[in-house]
Design a protein around this ligand. Structure first.
Ligand code: 2AM
Ligand code: CA
Ligand code: CA
Ligand code: CA
Length: 258
C-alpha cells in the first residue's frame, strides 16, 4: 500500500477514535449496566457493547469487504487471516472502567494478509492516542516515539498480570523479584503503551487476539519483542501467554520461564 493511502486510512481511524472517545465519555456519565461473562472478575458493560457496535459500523461503511474481529461478538467469525482484518477491543480494562472510571483503552488494529499494518491504543481518560505501524512509525498523539532504551530485566519495571504472579505461573515471582519492580495495571493496552513510552520494559499476561492485536504492531515497529512467554511466535488469532519486552529483558526472562 502506498504512503498516501496509508495516511488516509490513518486519519480516518483517528477520526473514529476521537468520536468513539466522546461517545464513551458521554455514556460513562449515565448509569452503567454491568454483567459477568465467564466469572465475577470478567465483566462486560453496555458501553463495551455499544462502543464495539459504534466502531464496527464505521469500519463496515469504510471498508465493506474487510473481516472484523471484535471482542464482544458484533464482528465476524474469523477462521483465516487473508485480506483485510480489523481487530477491535472497545474497552480494554473493563474492570478498571467499572471500578475506577480510569485506566482503560479502546484499541483497533488493521492486519492485511496476516501482516500488522496499523495499530491504535486510545488511553481514554488521559486522552493519549498511541498510533502507527511499520510504514509510519509510532506516535503518541502528534509526537513521534523513539525506540525505548533496551534495558535488561534488572534495570526496569515489569508489568505482570495479577493471576500470573499469584499462581507463580512460569516462575513469575522470580521474574518479579529480579526486575526493578513489578506493576499490574489491569489493561493490556495501557501496559503495552507504557512499554512504548519506556515506562515499563516488559509485560506478561494471558491475552486474546484483541488484547494484543494493536499493541503487537506498535511494539514490533519500535523493535520490541512480542512472543509467547516461552519465546515462540504469536499468531494473530491465538490466545496465549504473551510477553512484550525489550530484547534484553526478553533474553533475561526466557531462562527463568524454563
Ligand atoms: P478486557 O478488559 O478487554 O477483557 C487484565 O485483566 C487484562 O487482561 C485486560 O486487558 C483484559 O481485557 C484482559 N483479559 C483477557 N481475558 C480476560 C478475562 N477472562 N478476564 C479478565 N480480563 C481479561
Ligand atoms: Ca473483556
Ligand atoms: Ca482486552
Ligand atoms: Ca475489552
Amino acid at each position: 500500500m502506498d504512503q498516501g493511502q496509508l495516511q488516509e486510512i490513518d486519519q480516518t481511524v483517528k477520526g473514529w477514535l476521537r468520536d468513539s472517545r466522546k461517545f464513551v465519555l458521554t455514556k460513562m456519565a449515565e448509569k452503567l449496566n454491568v454483567a459477568e461473562k465467564s466469572s465475577r472478575k470478567d465483566l462486560v458493560t453496555n458501553v463495551d457493547k455499544a462502543n464495539e457496535q459504534f466502531l464496527i459500523e464505521r469500519i463496515r461503511q469504510f471498508s465493506p469487504d474487510s473481516q472484523i474481529l471484535g471482542e464482544e461478538g458484533f464482528g465476524d467469525k474469523i477462521t483465516e487471516t487473508s485480506g483485510w482484518v480489523w481487530v477491535v477491543d472497545p474497552i480494554d480494562g473493563t474492570m478498571n472502567f467499572v471500578k475506577q472510571q480510569d485506566h482503560f483503552a479502546t484499541m483497533i488494529a488493521l492486519y492485511i494478509d496476516g501482516q500488522g499494518v496499523l495499530g491504535y491504543i486510545n488511553d481514554i481518560m488521559n486522552d493519549d492516542l498511541y498510533s502507527g505501524g511499520p510504514q509510519l512509525g509510532v506516535f503518541k498523539n502528534e509526537q513521534r516515539l523513539p525506540a525505548p532504551a533496551n534495558l535488561g530485566l534488572a534495570d526496569g519495571l515489569i508489568g505482570i498480570s495479577g493471576p500470573l504472579i499469584l499462581r507463580n505461573q512460569f516462575n513469575m515471582q522470580i521474574v518479579a523479584e529480579k526486575s526493578a519492580g513489578v506493576r499490574a495495571y489491569g489493561s493490556a493496552g495501557i501496559e503495552i503503551s507504557h512499554i512504548l513510552s519506556g515506562k515499563l520494559n516488559g509485560y506478561i499476561s494471558y491475552l486474546k487476539p484483541w488484547d494484543f492485536g494493536a499493541g503487537k504492531i506498535l511494539a514490533e515497529t519500535l523493535g520490541l519483542s512480542v512472543t509467547t512467554v516461552d519465546g515462540k511466535p504469536l499468531g494473530m488469532l491465538s490466545s496465549d501467554f504473551v510477553m512484550v519486552a525489550t530484547e534484553k529483558a526478553q533474553r533475561d526472562i526466557l531462562p527463568i520461564v524454563g
